[in-house]
Every structure is written in structure tokens, then in C-alpha cells.
Design a protein around this ligand. Structure first.
Ligand code: SAH
Length: 393
């Protein structure tokens, strides 16, 4: 394993357990590591400070451990076991009503670069770093050891998440099993999970708690679920007794998915209809007061800090349309999943929209990512999902 020496004073963030080493902090290495290699990180004085995965780019090392320990099978088993124990405490694992949860959330579980979502008997593993790609078989074995018989399939889905420049040419595929059964359960509702072709790992697990909250507001309402994707919010609204639910997504594939998921839970129910349309167009053309419960859950408008200004304008424009059209006494669930947009910036963008519409708006709830997407206290960058529930007079 190669030793990497930091520049003087550049060990400070590591002493506070921040899990990244930026390339600018590195003084020299003993030997040039290959991408994905394990490296030992030493201070300028030669003292051990961390061990992690090396990668070309601005984040040069993703730290796996701050103590000198072997990164072996037992290490991966331990980390995944701790993650599972935490999910048990959260009540999302070992729950007969819920077999859909995030088992590993990167830095939040001290496993930077690794995401594992559980859908019933299937785990979807996603590597965001070359290092995690290199150890995928080891991770799969540890996952099997920790999860035991309940886990029958492991699908590896990293085609689009690995750094393109690394040229790994990785294809998605099963590391274990291969069952075509794609139905998983979230809070007693069933969903087809398209891990083969879907976005992320096939489902947005991170909205589980917020969907539950929406269910409580749904009775008798006319619901518009904008950016519906697999229709999570729509299905909860139907169980909550909504009078009507309209789902909108620009992707025709998403519209098929939401229709399939509504049919799975409420066969033949005519309260639901889905539309393949652009959100801004739909909001512009829809009738005044047509809806009194609107969900806005758009894709990340800002993927990077440079895109921030335009992203904030985008959030304002989108929310303004909803404020203008929502029926008096309506409820708006509005979200941002852009990590580059802070909670305060998002709130300000929504504030601007509210002020432009001239409506009286109250904040009822401030929402965030659920417990199975934990934030490592030393890595505040891990906070990404924020939402507001608003009462619009
Ligand atoms: N609310 C969903 C997740 C939304 S993901 C859930 O709970 O699972 C964002 C979705 O927005 C994607 O499905 C994408 O197809 C859709 N989308 C992106 N741009 C859009 C646009 N301009 N109009 C409508 N939908 C759009």
C-alpha cells in the first residue's frame, strides 16, 4: 500500500474526521497509486492519519478508516453490520410492512462512494468511486454474510455513477441470483422497482417519510403529483383517501411506471390519471383552483455550485406557478434534492415565489431526508434533501 504525505497543516480537516482528502492537500506519494487502490495517508511529519481509496480528481482520497486496520473481509462485514443494526433501530428493517430501505448511504455510513438500497430480497449496489468498484465482490460477499437468507439477489448498477474518465466500461448486472421479481413494499404499499433501467437504484427511497406525511393530508383532496417518477406520492395520496390524483412526468416511461404502481395497489381505481408532459407547461395550462394538494419534487436543478443562481431562479419560477394556481386553503409539498442548494437558499427561493404571488403562506412542516439516509456529523455536505409543506390561504 502506498504512503501519501500531506502538505504541512493540511491534516486539520482529517483530525476532525472529515472523510475526504483533496488533491491540493497532497505533498507527494512514495509510489504513484492506481485508481481505486488503497492508500495510507500520513501527515507532513510522517504520522498515520487515515486509510482510504485513491482516485484521480479533486477528491483524491475517500477515507475508509482513521485507525490503522486491515481493510479486509472482516472490515466490510463490520461496516455493513453496523449499518444494518442502525436500520433496525430506525424501524425500517425487520418490519413486515416495509422491506424497502437504504442500507448504506456513503459517507453517512462511513463508506464513502458506496450506496446500497434493499428492495425485498434484492440489494441494489451502486459504486460512486473507483475504489468501491474494485472491491464490489468483497462488498457483495459481506452483504450476503450480514443479510443472510433474506437476501437472494444482488444487482450491481454503476454504469452511470462511476467516473466516466476512469474508462471502466462497467455494465450493470447481477452479482448474486437474478430473480425477475421486482415488487417491494414500502409502508404496506407495493411498488415495481425498475433496477434494470430506472433512475438511481430504481426508486427514490428518500421520500418515504414525506410520502407518509402527504397521506395524512390527502383525504378528499384533488392532488397533483408533479415530477411523479414511479408515483410514490400518488399511491400514498390514494390510500389517504384523495378524491382525485393526477401524476405528471415528462418521461413516458415514468408514466407507465406510475400507472403500473397504482394498478398494483388499487386495481381499476378511476381516481388516478397520469400525463406525460413538461411540468412548466402543465402548470401554465392547468385551470385555476383545479388542485388543493400539489407536490413539486423536481430533479436536482443544481448539480454543481456554478449552476446555483439559475437553479434558485428555477425553484422560484416553478413554485410561483403552483402558488398562482393552487386552490385557496391548498397544501403545497415542495422539495429540492440539490446538494448545492442549502436549506436557507431553498427557503428563500420559495419565499420569493410566495411574495410574487401575493398569497398568504404558512410553513407547516420543514422536511428532510429520512433516517436511513443519515448525515455523518463530520461531513455536513451529506445533507441534500429539503422540503417545505405550506398552507396557501
Ligand atoms: N417524486 C419522485 C421522484 C422525482 S425524480 C418520487 O417520489 O419517486 C424527478 C422526475 O422528474 C424524473 O422522473 C424526471 O423524468 C422528471 N422530470 C425532469 N424534468 C421534467 C420536466 N421538465 N417536466 C416534468 N417532469 C420532469
Amino acid at each position: 500500500m502506498t504512503n501519501i504525505y500531506l502538505k504541512r497543516g493540511k491534516d486539520e480537516s482529517l483530525r476532525r474526521f472529515h472523510p475526504w482528502v483533496f488533491s491540493g492537500a497532497i505533498h507527494h506519494f512514495e509510489e504513484q497509486p492506481a485508481e481505486g487502490d488503497l492508500v495510507r495517508v500520513l501527515t507532513a511529519e510522517g504520522e498515520f492519519i487515515a486509510v482510504g481509496h485513491w482516485q484521480v480528481g479533486s477528491i483524491a482520497v475517500r477515507v475508509l478508516s482513521f485507525v490503522e486496520e486491515p481493510i479486509d473481509d472482516a472490515f466490510w462485514r463490520r461496516r455493513i453490520q453496523v449499518a444494518l443494526d442502525a436500520r433496525r433501530s430506525m424501524g425500517v428493517a425487520d418490519n413486515p410492512q416495509n422491506d424497502t430501505f437504504r442500507l448504506v448511504h456513503g459517507e453517512g455510513d462511513n463508506l464513502p462512494g458506496l450506496v446500497i438500497d434493499i428492495y425485498g430480497a434484492t440489494a441494489v449496489v451502486q459504486a460512486h468511486s473507483v475504489g468501491m468498484h474494485v472491491v464490489r465482490q468483497q462488498v457483495a460477499q459481506a452483504l450476503k454474510d450480514v443479510m443472510g437468507e433474506r437476501l437472494q439477489n444482488i444487482f450491481y448498477k454503476s454504469e452511470t455513477t462511476l467516473p466516466f474518465k476512469a474508462g471502466l466500461g462497467q455494465e450493470n448486472g447481477f452479482l448474486l441470483g437474478g430473480s425477475p421479481d421486482d415488487v417491494a413494499m414500502e409502508n404496506g404499499l407495493r411498488f415495481h422497482i425498475d433496477w434494470l433501467r430506472g433512475q438511481k437504484t430504481g426508486f427514490f427511497v428518500d421520500q418515504r417519510d414525506n410520502r407518509s406525511l402527504l397521506e395524512r393530508y390527502s383525504a378528499g383532496r384533488h392532488v397533483l403529483n408533479m415530477f411523479c417518477y414511479t408515483g410514490g406520492f400518488s399511491v400514498y395520496a390514494m390510500r389517504g383517501g384523495a378524491a382525485l390524483v393526477h401524476s405528471v412526468d415528462s418521461s413516458a416511461k415514468a408514466v407507465d411506471l406510475v400507472n403500473a404502481n397504482v394498478e398494483l395497489n388499487f386495481p381499476g381505481d378511476t381516481r388516478h390519471e397520469a400525463f406525460a408532459e413538461d411540468a412548466f407547461r402543465f402548470l401554465q395550462q392547468m385551470e385555476q383552483d383545479a388542485y388543493d394538494l400539489i407536490v413539486l419534487d423536481p430533479p436536482a436543478f443544481a448539480k454543481h455550485k456554478d449552476a446555483l443562481r439559475n437553479a434558485l431562479k428555477g425553484y422560484t419560477r416553478l413554485n410561483l406557478r403552483a402558488f398562482e394556481k393552487i386552490r385557496p386553503g391548498g397544501i403545497l409539498f415542495t422539495f429540492s434534492c440539490s446538494q448545492a442548494v442549502s436549506k436557507d437558499q431553498f427557503r428563500m427561493a420559495v419565499f420569493t415565489a410566495a411574495a410574487q404571488s401575493g398569497r398568504n403562506v404558512r410553513i407547516l412542516h420543514q422536511l428532510h431526508q429520512p433516517a436511513d439516509h443519515p448525515i455523518n456529523i463530520y461531513h455536513p455536505e451529506g445533507e441534500y434533501l429539503k422540503g417545505l409543506v405550506l398552507y396557501v390561504e
